[in-house]
Design a protein around this ligand. Structure first.
Ligand code: UDP
Ligand code: MG
Length: 336
């Protein structure tokens, strides 16, 4: 490591005693070499207008396209840029966790590298924060550049999760939001391995406000999400914030048991008093298949929860840092 470069951990220690920066902008990325230069230029331009000490934390989530060397380049003449490299692709949730754990700012803003969340809105978010809000959620007015299927499934997802979960997960609010230090500290202290960020970020509560914005289309590159990942995320969200599906399974079991007892009484009485012949094969098959289906579904559902317990019980870390780089911690966060 060059003499002027120090590790993030040392930097954190050094900044503890010094005045912390006003803002930490956490930018997780995975193979974003086409978008990063623009992203950096726009973020720096916006931070310059704040005339306050700020830091930008780039988290490389296992990119293999040269994005890391790009962000390292950003640190060269800029005391405000810190770079963290994870040892492989852990997923955006883990990358954000790593960024927040290494942030020092009095507030943290989570931003996508693909510029779908316009950095120009940062000053507005800071204004709300200074007005006393601890969490500034950014709600998408429209979802430009997204297919009707994605919009429809997103709509369904919010309906289901808000009906099932114990906390309120605001509709169409992504990870782009401002969090006060006290909220970040709460989130950093949450030990769980299943990190469904939309839920975790809303879980602490505090004074929350909502700003609306038009979400832009992706600047360059392609989305890192596919439907399989999104379905996995939806399951993760529901199972880590609610046990209602288990209760529904129990209720289904109770209802089918009651119906079976009533049917048994009817069938036995008919046979005893009227000597009815055995009911037909089709009705028998329907009942057997229906019950089999309900049972398999309930076992699968239980498996989802048991699987999550299994993952939690192993207590593996959420991410592994491979590399960290930052400018010398002279703690002079001045802009130029
Ligand atoms: N991302 C990440 N790790 C991943 C997938 C995505 O750090 O495994 C980053 C990605 O580079 C981008 C942000 O998370 O900065 C949002 O991802 P993307 O644009 O693919 O998601 P979308 O906006 O389509 O929901
Ligand atoms: Mg995106």
């Amino acid at each position: 490591m060059p003499a002027s470069i120090t590790s993030i951990t040392e930097h954190r220690e050094a900044t503890k005693s010094a005045t912390p920066p006003l803002l930490s902008i956490v930018i997780p990325f995975f193979n974003e070499d086409e978008a990063l230069i623009d992203c950096h230029a726009r973020v720096v331009a916006v931070l310059d207008t704040l005339h306050q000490p700020c830091e930008i934390i780039y988290v490389d989530d296992g990119s293999n396209d040269g994005s890391w060397s790009q962000v390292i380049g950003f640190t060269a003449n800029n005391h405000r840029v810190r770079c963290i490299q994870l040892s492989r692709n852990f997923g955006k949730e883990a990358a954000m966790t790593a960024g927040m754990a290494n942030s020092a700012g009095r507030a943290v803003i989570l931003l996508d590298a693909d510029l779908q969340d316009p950095p120009e809105l940062i000053p507005k978010m800071v204004d709300e924060w200074k007005r006393g809000y601890d969490v500034v959620n950014m709600q998408r007015k429209q979802r430009h550049g997204e297919s009707w299927l994605k919009r429809a499934t997103a709509h369904l997802f919010y309906n289901v999760i808000n009906r099932l979960a114990d906390i309120n997960i605001p509709r169409n609010v992504g990870d782009f939001r401002l969090l006060d230090r006290k909220v970040v500290d709460v989130i950093n202290s949450l030990p769980e391995r299943n990190r469904f960020m939309k839920g975790l970020l809303s879980w602490p509560g505090f004074n929350t406000c909502m700003l609306q914005f038009d979400r832009d289309a992706r600047q360059a590159g392609t989305t890192k999400w596919n439907y399989a990942k999104l379905i996995h995320l939806a399951f993760e969200g529901i199972t880590s914030f609610s046990i209602t599906p288990l209760r529904i399974a129990t209720a289904a079991g109770v209802v089918t048991s009651i119906i079976s007892v009533m049917m048994a009484i009817v069938l036995v009485s008919k046979t005893l008093f009227w000597g009815d012949p055995v009911a037909g094969y089709p009705s028998l098959m329907t009942v057997v298949l229906l019950l089999g289906g309900i049972q398999l579904l309930s076992i699968g559902l239980m498996g989802e929860y048991v699987g999550r317990l299994f993952i939690e019980s192993k207590q593996r870390p959420n991410f592994i840092l491979m590399n960290e780089q930052t400018a010398e911690p002279n703690t002079d966060f001045n802009l130029k």
